[in-house]
Write a protein that binds this ligand. Sequence first.
Ligand SMILES: NC(=O)c1ccc[n+]([C@@H]2O[C@H](COP(=O)([O-])OP(=O)(O)OC[C@H]3O[C@@H](n4cnc5c(N)ncnc54)[C@H](O)[C@@H]3O)[C@@H](O)[C@H]2O)c1
Ligand SMILES: [Zn+2]
Length: 377
Amino acid sequence: MSNADQIQTEITLKVSLGDRSYPIHIGENLIDRQELYQPYIHGKQVFVITNDVVAPLYLDKVLAALSNYETNAFILADGESHKTIETVNSIYTFLLEQRANRSATLIALGGGVVGDICGFAAASYQRGINFIQIPTTLLAQVDSSVGGKTGVNHKLGKNMIGAFYQPQAVLADTLTLNTLDDRQLSSGLAEIIKYGLIRDKPFAHWLDENISNILKREPIALAEAIKRSCENKAQVVAADELERGQRALLNLGHTFGHAIETALNYGSWLHGEAVAAGTYMAALFSNQLGWISSADLDYLENQLKLAKLPTRPPENISAEQFMQLMAVDKKVIDKKLRLVLLKSIGNAIVSDEFDQEKLIHMLETIERIPTNFAPIN
Ligand SMILES: NC(=O)c1ccc[n+]([C@@H]2O[C@H](COP(=O)([O-])OP(=O)(O)OC[C@H]3O[C@@H](n4cnc5c(N)ncnc54)[C@H](O)[C@@H]3O)[C@@H](O)[C@H]2O)c1
Ligand SMILES: [Zn+2]
């Protein structure tokens, strides 16, 4: 690679949160560079938390970069179904057996599942120890590794147990995405598209031209998409870390999407796929309320399709089931459902001012697609 390419594909951003501010490094070949870890590790002990899919791919590289420290790794079973308090407890046991002290550092090496679990373990072990995020999926690089939401699922609801706890640094090594399958890459695109829709129209237009390059894993397009996504997320988080207001906009499509994931038992649809269908549902409802135009609705549908994502909910989830599942959403206040809705491309609001009957009508009439919609790879 030439130096010119290197410059364009290596970027550092900052999440500004006073004395808890931290950098996001984005680029190729970051995970084996000792100097990127060293400023954020204060004690001697470093423990890498990863899973049995990612460990064979990247653990050795990370441990090699940490050879100046006392290191060990704890390898979780892969999958959202292991994002539980029991898994967190197994990490506590490991840390206690290793005599991990309060100056130990945890490193989350993996996708959003590993990042959320490891972050919560870091937030709660001995009331909080340092941690570094090394996100290895597109979704984790553009969304879950930034912003400090950590936690696990409860069998009665997704992400219901957790803490806000910021990492010391994020290392998003875009080369790790080369081993990710195409479907996971598209899943990450759902969150990327979200930033354009809620607050960044120029980014939405940039994506029109670049989604196909991202799907081809073209390094400059990938780095730019990750950078612009993280800039958007960092700005929202800096303004509203604890989600008292505008941070809720990042949940566009998620109220419907989480209902889909829960109804399908976190099984057949990936998070981004459920969010994509949920985003279309939120936009369709916004259109029916007289907000977003039909032209913008078509535009957004087309963008999701370019990213090879589903745009309709799966069959077999009735309107009634949707309403029941959405009633446990974290945005529900005093039993009132609040939704992220679109006024136009780049302009979203959180609202509870809509007629429930109209929502039920949308859920009853929206077209459905097969649960096993054509896999894309
Ligand atoms: N904390 C937040 O703000 C936030 C935001 C969005 C999503 N999330 C959470 O993130 C999770 C979804 O994250 P995800 O989509 O990364 O899923 P994931 O962590 O399950 O990763 C997807 C799959 O890819 C594998 N994988 C990871 N990196 C790989 C690589 N480089 N090469 C090959 N395979 C690799 C994983 O082992 C897994 O099988 C959900 O639990 C969701 O709730 C959290
Ligand atoms: Zn999401």
